[in-house]
Write a protein that binds this ligand. Structure first.
Ligand code: G6Q
Length: 545
């Protein structure tokens, strides 16, 4: 059974939200925050505290948003996803990335088959391979243990693993992990430059095994390896994660080193599957499993909590409030830990590829806003970069601030400094700085009245900038798993309410087709008829002038 096709703007809740928006749109958070009458503004769950009180909302906003979720059939949609209904209708697929982090306690049926035994079997294969490589049981063709791993993949076959490996660096195994994704030969050669072929294991991750970037990079690397160690080395130095058995075989990969993927797991939601093999090697299988446990815990919370206490649901609804009523176009993701430096890029794909759609589930063009533009960087670095615009620019940019109570190193004496910035920024974004306090400050610094009157307007902060604070006990494999799953579910909820299909990506497919046509023309030195600009650029490229 597919998802309902309800235009959110035609619901009763939407109309009431529009009226409510005109009443509340100018209200200041610093005033609203003093009238918070319920505990709904602090959501606590496991090691997570999600504070939503620094938002331009009140009790009525929340209750109308909850009504919107009800009217759009959210609860039913959640059951459909977890029960393996074909909710990815344009690709005729179920969406079951949640199944691959199952605790195995209940059956997950798809096409009359229980998926759990094969999921557990794949996990076991990942575990054995990881243990063998780390403990030096599996070695390269010259009988040397592996010291380095290179993940060759792009998009969903890269961004998740690269983000998690960086995030869990503190938990690293003895293996060094590298990633090549772009079809930029310079980058591939740069990575290879510092690697010893005898001690390097390459993992080709490609669901289709036809993606231009991945296959080109894998072919370049294979040539390099064959030149250094001979043809026979390929079967000892390459592993593959894919659904395309035929192409894997053609490439010459040892069948023991082949890991399956399933068509009911989308690329950008696949880090929990065999796609996470490089994660498992980078941090050890036990930590990989903890990542899955953390995600599964969030799945249980998402499936079973009421709408009001449901973290992914509440965050989605607040995001819809800004996107569709305040007409905010972007959202900032600001993690206060360097380990999460790749989280914004990862979420950029997950959110923008999923909800960057303009046709509803009935195939009609929508006349309301859908997917947000996602961007961000770590705090405090971003404070010294783009925070100026968030504080004093003309755009309203809701941000998620993600921080951790306890650092990972016991002798880290700087954590309070980091976290004081974390708390101070959300407070400053909300409170701003009034004209009178600017003037008092300038007076105290000894400036003349003339100087004060000139400088004051530039130093005023309007405030009223909304943030969510996500405060977690510590960055561990479990809490990271929960955090990622939280955002995955946020994506789904928004897609359900916006009445779009979140799990296809036809925009990506177009790019894959176009480049191969142009490449043929470049290789044949014969440019066909394009448009005025493209023909000019291609001819310039070929003539090297
Ligand atoms: C993700 C997308 C896309 C995909 C890449 C790589 O959801 O489908 O980013 O992951 O295009 O595809 P392959 O794994 O097939 O190489």
């Amino acid at each position: 059974m597919s998802l309902n096709k309800i235009d959110p703007t035609k619901t009763k809740a939407w109309k009431l939200l529009e009226d409510h928006f005109s009443e509340i749109k100018s209200d200041e958070i610093k005033t609203l925050i003093n009238k918070r009458s319920s505990n709904d503004y602090h959501l606590t769950w496991n090691d997570f505290l999600v504070d939503i009180s620094k938002n331009r909302i009140n009790d009525r906003t929340l209750s109308l948003l909850f009504n919107l979720a009800e009217e759009c059939g959210l609860k039913e949609a959640i059951s459909k996803q977890f029960n393996g209904e074909v909710i990815n209708q344009t690709e005729n697929r179920a969406v079951l990335h949640t199944a691959i982090r199952t605790d195995g306690k209940e059956k997950i049926i798809l096409d009359n088959n229980d998926l759990v035994p094969s999921i557990i079997q794949t996990r076991k294969k990942i575990q054995e391979f990881t243990d063998d490589v780390i403990s030096k049981n599996v070695k390269g063709s010259t009988n040397k243990a592996f010291s380095d791993i290179v993940n060759i993949g792009i998009g969903g076959s890269d961004l998740g693993p690269v983000m998690v490996v960086e995030a869990l660096k503190h938990y690293s195994s003895r293996l060094k992990t590298h990633f090549v994704s772009n079809v930029d030969g310079d980058h591939v050669l740069e990575v290879l430059k510092n690697l010893n072929p005898e001690t390097t294991l390459f993992i080709i991750v490609s669901k289709t095994f036809t993606t231009q970037e991945t296959i080109s990079n894998a072919t370049t690397i294979k040539k390099w390896l064959v030149t250094k160690l001979g043809k026979k080395s390929v079967s000892s130095h390459f592993a593959a994660v894919s659904t395309n058995q035929k192409e894997i075989k053609k490439f010459g990969i040892n069948t023991d080193f082949v890991f399956p993927m399933n068509d009911w797991v989308g690329g950008r939601f696949s880090l929990w599957s065999s796609v996470g093999l490089s994660i498992s090697l980078a941090v050890g299988y036990k930590n990989f499993e903890k990542l899955l446990v953390g995600a599964n815990n969030m799945d249980i919370h998402f499936r079973s909590s009421s709408i009001e206490k449901n973290i992914p649901v509440v965050l989605s609804l607040i995001s819809i409030w800004y996107n569709n009523f305040f007409k905010c176009e972007t959202e900032g993701i600001i993690p206060y830990t360097q380990y999460l430096s790749r989280l914004p890029a990862y979420l950029q794909q997950a959110i923008m590829e999923s909800n960057g759609k303009s046709v509803d589930r009935s195939g009609n063009k929508v006349d309301y806003q859908t997917g947000n533009i996602i961007w961000g960087d770590t705090g405090t670095n971003s404070q010294h970069a783009f925070f100026q615009l968030i504080h004093q620019g003309t755009k309203l940019i809701p941000c998620d601030f993600i921080g951790f109570k306890t650092p990972l190193f016991e002798n880290n004496t700087q954590h309070n400094k980091l976290m004081s910035n974390f708390f101070a920024q959300t407070e400053a974004l909300m409170m701003g700085k009034t004209r009178s306090s600017v003037q008092a400050e300038l007076k105290k610094s000894g400036l003349s009245d003339k100087e004060i009157s000139f400088l004051t307007p530039f130093k005023v902060f309007e405030g009223n900038k909304p943030t969510n604070t996500i405060l977690v006990k510590q960055l561990t494999p479990e809490s990271l798993g929960s955090l990622i799953a939280m955002y995955e579910h946020k994506i789904f909820v928004q897609g359900v309410i916006w009445n779009i299909f979140s799990y296809d990506q036809w925009g990506v497919e177009l790019g894959k087709q176009l480049a191969s046509k142009v490449l043929k023309e470049i290789d044949n030195n014969s440019i066909e008829k394009h448009d005025f600009s493209t023909n000019y650029l291609l001819n310039k490229y070929l003539s090297n002038t």
